[in-house]
Design a protein around this ligand. Structure first.
Ligand code: 5AD
Ligand code: SF4
Length: 364
């Protein structure tokens, strides 16, 4: 299989600039790339030939290193209460304009059942940092969902204690997401009033040690962020053995301290996907809703830049419209996404395909 991969790479390599050729050759011998390579990829402009080639290589690496399926994961945004005040986020505690909601454990479990019938690959339980759900509540929710659907459950609930994460792991949660947002300490502290830089990194390491498939990620286009900072984020995630990476452009959110800053660059976000695929070839990497909010087409372009995951939103509509991390957040809907993946020439996972076939047979 690998020889075919190298053959295909060599075919593409013919017309490349020597700098890009060197990056690809480095990848072929090391199965990763280094910071200067990443910065070069990040700086490629939209109409450059070299950029097309790097995207093609990223796409090939996705194909040969990750099993050549696009995983569709379902997100349940079960509470938009948050005790934190991240400067960029619409859900911050000090934003009085958000209509707050909490789903009951039963509602969450019911919603997760839908994931089963779609054949989603993972159920992501996402919320602001909301202590009203006790560890026991979450343990029950996780074990019920595991019992009913047998699907992997992923937690995206912010910084809870180390011991909570230990309990959730035991209850059957197998994945956990905690974005480091930026590894540049100064930028981090500028946008996080509780300046909890170290705790987050320690918690990420702890999750990894507990055996979670661990996810992290960063925001592209934060105030004062350079390409070097973004390269540092990617290298950090490689060196910490992060398995899943969510990277999205910054989108200004009304009524937050960063509301008048400009949005992150969507094309740069695509470059970051490609660079990440070359740096961490086996990583699970969604093309993000934040990118889709700038342009849905660009979110689909993420698949051609090395992404192999997309998250669809299965939160009941009456709640979903209030989960406004940023303004005009789009709804990534299951059927539309499934169809688009096939239309673009990619394959959803065998599980998703199987359930969709069953559904067609039932409706015949
Ligand atoms: N723009 C882009 N991403 C954001 N997030 C929060 N606010 C924004 C924003 N304004 C992302 C962060 C956080 C997750 C909840 O959403 O990465 O981890
Ligand atoms: Fe809360 Fe997360 Fe938003 Fe920060 S980014 S305010 S922790 S929901």
């Amino acid at each position: 299989m690998k020889t075919k991969f190298i053959e295909e790479v060599e075919k593409i390599q013919k017309n490349l600039s020597s700098e890009i050729k060197n990056i690809i050759n480095y990848f072929l011998t090391h199965e990763t790339i280094e910071k200067p390579h990443i910065i070069k990829i990040l700086s490629l402009q939209k109409d450059e030939e070299d950029r097309n080639y790097i995207f093609k290589i990223a796409n090939l690496i996705r194909k040969y290193y990750t099993g050549d399926f696009i995983n569709i994961k379902g997100v349940i945004e079960f509470s938009n209460y948050c005790k934190k005040n991240c400067f960029y986020c619409g859900l911050r505690a000090k934003n009085p304009l958000i209509k707050r909601y909490r789903m009951s454990p039963d509602e969450i479990i019911q919603t997760a059942n839908e994931a089963f019938h779609y054949g989603l690959d993972t159920i992501i339980l996402q919320s602001g940092e909301d202590d009203l759900y006790t560890d026991e509540d979450l343990v029950n929710i996780i074990s019920e969902i595991r019992k009913n659907t047998r699907l992997p459950v992923s937690l995206s609930i912010g910084e809870r204690s180390f011991s909570s994460y230990r309990k959730f792991r035991k209850a059957g949660a197998v994945r956990a997401l905690l974005k480091h947002e930026t590894i540049n300490r100064k930028i981090f502290e500028n946008i996080h009033p509780d300046k909890n830089y170290e705790n987050r990194i320690e918690l990420l390491r702890y999750m990894n040690n507990l055996g979670y498939v661990t996810g992290s990620g960063n925001i592209i286009g934060l105030p004062n962020q350079t390409l070097e900072d973004i390269a540092d984020d990617i290298i950090f995630m490689r060196d910490e053995n992060i398995h899943m990476i969510g990277m999205g452009p910054f989108i200004p959110a009304k009524n937050t301290p960063l509301e008048h800053f400009s949005a992150g660059n969507a094309e740069l976000t695509l470059n970051a996907y490609a660079a990440t695929r070359l740096c961490i070839p086996r990583v699970q990497m969604p093309t993000t809703t934040a990118l889709g909010t700038i342009s849905q087409n660009l979110q689909y372009q993420g698949f051609f830049a090395g992404c192999n995951v997309i998250m669809v939103n299965i939160t009941p509509d009456k709640y979903r419209k209030n989960y406004n991390i940023y303004d005009n957040k789009i709804k990534v809907e299951f059927y539309q996404t499934y169809k688009k993946i096939i239309e673009l020439g990619f394959s959803p996972s065998p599980l998703t395909q199987k359930r969709m076939k069953e559904e067609i047979n039932v409706s015949k």
